[in-house]
Write a protein that binds this ligand. Sequence first.
Ligand SMILES: NC(=O)c1ccc[n+]([C@@H]2O[C@H](COP(=O)([O-])OP(=O)(O)OC[C@H]3O[C@@H](n4cnc5c(N)ncnc54)[C@H](OP(=O)(O)O)[C@@H]3O)[C@@H](O)[C@H]2O)c1
Length: 334
Amino acid sequence: MMNTDSMTMRAAVVTRYGAPDVVVLRDVPRPAPGPRDLLIRVKATTVSSGDARVRARRVPEGMGLLMRLAMGWSGPRRSVLGTECAGVVEAVGAEVTRFRAGDAVIAFPGAAMGAHAAYVRVAEDGSVAPKPEALSWEEAAALLFGGTTALHYLRHEARVKPGERVLVLGASGAVGVAAVQIARREGAEVTAVCSAPNAALVASLGAARVIDYRAQDFTRAAERWDVVMDCVGETNYARSRRVLAPGGRLLRVVCGLAGLLAAPFQGRLSGHRVIAGVAIVRPDDVRDLVAMARAGTYRAVIDEALPLARVAAAHARVDSGHKRGSVVVTVEGS
Ligand SMILES: NC(=O)c1ccc[n+]([C@@H]2O[C@H](COP(=O)([O-])OP(=O)(O)OC[C@H]3O[C@@H](n4cnc5c(N)ncnc54)[C@H](OP(=O)(O)O)[C@@H]3O)[C@@H](O)[C@H]2O)c1
């Protein structure tokens, strides 16, 4: 049952880093919207790979100290995780003009987190858009984590052009399923690298070719790609340069500290670029992803949906490293 006390709400709380069982359900203070904020009653959210990384303090090599300084030393400073959600506007601040109570919305609190709760606060001019009626709450909640990352890397950084060949390594994860669809939508010819059981899924999303990573190493392939997007952390420039076409870009979505520092200098002599770093979330991208979903050209892939009471099991599924798309958590009514 949802907590009916207007000052508090049910939330999944993480006070120390650790295994999925560190996530516990508690009553915590309900956020109050500022003058330009919306308070959203969360219907569904996801446990993303980002949430699981923060909970477990599991970061790419060399990032441990930076992460502790940024996120908190022994546990996350923002103890309610959750980067994305779909829900209903419960209340709006006095200066909000574009939304009102009762609106169905999709929101991306992103690094501010807080979506693993009955209510979350987002800024009106931030990453929030009206929810398309045709989408379920679960589908709506799972559009943005992978989608904003894919748009950042493919559109804003690599500037993928029609006719280019794009390889997506880790094509069946949340970022990968978005990257396949977005690269295809930008007019690219997509090669997806995933395991055989996920081949049909990525082909249905627009991949023209699928490489089974358990049977074949793409870095030994005869062909060349204009863009290689690594959503797993399995490659680096030295390994993949051979398969990059002239002008090729290696997108290291998962990258340790050494790779991050080296990226701006790598590949220059060969006419390549290496791009790494944290994806920037742009409110315009959020609106664009929702518009694509409304038009039926971009969709969420849901691995499974669990109630908030089973949020620790959702974290465990993400920790497996084998989810397909997103693990959704349904909140209202939990
Ligand atoms: N830079 C940024 O700003 C940013 C933003 C978002 C996410 N990320 C990072 O990006 C990574 C991907 O996120 P995600 O949410 O998509 O992860 P995810 O959903 O957990 O990825 C799981 C998928 O990866 C596949 N996979 C595992 N090993 C593979 C391999 N060697 N080759 C190909 N596929 C493999 C799995 O398929 P099988 O089950 O078939 O193995 C599974 O479907 C995470 O590490 C996340 O932290 C970075």
